[in-house]
Design a protein around this ligand. Sequence first.
Ligand code: INI
Length: 156
Amino acid sequence: MVNIIEGKLDARGVRIGIVVSRFNHFITGKLLDGALDGLHSHGAADDDVTVVHVPGAFEIPLVAERMASSGKYDALVCLGAVIRGDTPHFEYVSDAVTRGVGKVVWKYQMPISFGILTTDNVQQAMDRSGSKDANKGYEAALTAIEMVSVLSQLAQ
Ligand code: INI
């Protein structure tokens, strides 16, 4: 018989930290709404959810690192929107935040979902910050819940 481990989408009792950047807030606010919707609709209690606002996506990894090291969270959800402009700044910010969040995942071996949009234009970002499944924040929240469940089953 094959052993199958699958994550359950049950956020009851799961302590979640959200780091969300303000840059492009008309998008990141919607990602945050989507993430909170995803958590609430899967049983998360308000008291178990902490939201930290940071200026831009570049600042996300440092705060994620602090939250991870605190031991107060079972998973983190990182939300941001890096939208391509006319300068290479986009490449530097998106590269730094991707690598930075990845390092925190490996250092603390904890589920940290990547709800940071890196898009070529505003329209692409809007298309990914709609409701439910069309919202990468919602998706990132569900990923975090699922990964907490997968890792806890692997630890048994
Ligand atoms: N920050 C973003 O979150 N998204 C962007 O699109 C962006 N662009 O394009 O510049 C951006 N820049 C700010 C950056 O994240 C830092 O906050 C800033 O460089 C100060 O450290």
